[in-house]
Design a protein around this ligand. Structure first.
Ligand SMILES: [Ca+2]
Length: 284
């Protein structure tokens, strides 16, 4: 099955992404299919107010379509977190703390320019992050990051890359862009690096007003509620259900219940396609 989505404000529609996915076949097989850019990266679509979304199917047979936000959760960073800059080459009033102070009018500036950033350990504990939100600062667009890398660690020493990507250059100031990525692993510390800026020749530094890492707390204990993250039809006819945030899977034959715990069920859970239809929910 193939198709594309476009937003229509007036005149010609603007394609915002497309999908291409093997047909699952048969009744009752549901799939969550990510929308992608032409280069294969996950497409990010920012919608606000009222917009018309146009869907063009180029092949395939659909029983129904469900739109679901690709970004769930909230900013796991807060101004009280322990944060360390890649270097201290900043003006006194534009240190690294300004990048998570919740104020888009204050900024973190680093004269080392390339490969600058910070390491932060959220007080909220371990989390699974699936998006980065970047807000440009007040002046000199050439100083804006052009690329970003998010790394994670669970021992504060060894960091591994979670995601990397570009930030499109834009003349607007105080502009927030949220970029989604695929990740299912929880980390207790994060490192955000900006390998390049928009115009390294024209800029004397890197500057950024705010960075947010959007995710969900893991391990329970005051975090966000568990949520389903995927329903996948496998080639052998089974269905794999995935969710984050722990919790206890429950099933019922009717939406009104009664609900019973599915003993021993953990994500990812693969179920046979020929079992009787059931509803599922996760109890925190
Ligand atoms: Ca700030």
């Amino acid at each position: 099955m193939k198709g594309a989505f476009a937003t229509v404000a007036s005149g010609s529609p603007t394609v915002v992404g497309s999908f291409d996915y093997p047909a699952t076949g048969g009744w009752g097989n549901n799939a969550l299919v990510p929308m992608r850019n032409a280069d294969g990266s996950l497409a990010t679509v920012s919608l606000s107010g009222q917009q018309t979304v146009r869907y063009n199917a180029s092949n395939g047979d659909y029983d129904f379509l469900l739109f679901t936000p690709a970004i769930a959760g909230k900013n796991v960073l807060s101004k009280d977190d322990t944060i360390v800059p890649t270097s201290a080459n900043s003006p006194g009033a534009e240190g690294v703390a300004k990048v998570i102070d919740g104020d888009t009018k204050t900024k973190y500036l680093n004269f080392d320019k390339l490969n600058t950033g910070f390491t932060v350990t959220p007080k909220s504990g371990a989390s699974v992050v699936t998006a980065i939100s970047l807000t440009t600062a007040n002046d000199a667009p050439p100083r804006d990051p052009a690329t970003w890398t998010v790394l994670g660690s669970n021992n504060g020493t060894d960091y591994e890359v979670i995601a990397t990507g570009p930030l499109a250059a834009h003349p607007a100031r105080f502009r927030t862009e949220t970029l989604a990525f695929s990740n299912t692993k929880a980390y207790t510390s994060y490192r955000v690096l900006f390998p390049t800026v928009v115009d390294a020749g024209a800029a004397n530094s890197m500057q950024i007003a705010e960075v947010a890492l959007i995710g969900t707390a893991s391990g329970g204990g005051g975090g966000d509620a568990p949520r389903f993250t995927g329903i996948k039809a496998n080639a052998d006819g089974t269905i794999t259900i995935t969710w984050t945030g722990g919790g206890t899977l429950q099933s019922a034959t009717a939406l009104s219940g009664p609900w019973t715990d599915v003993a021993g069920a953990t994500s990812p859970l693969t179920v046979p396609a020929n079992q009787a239809a059931q509803f599922a929910r996760i109890r925190k």
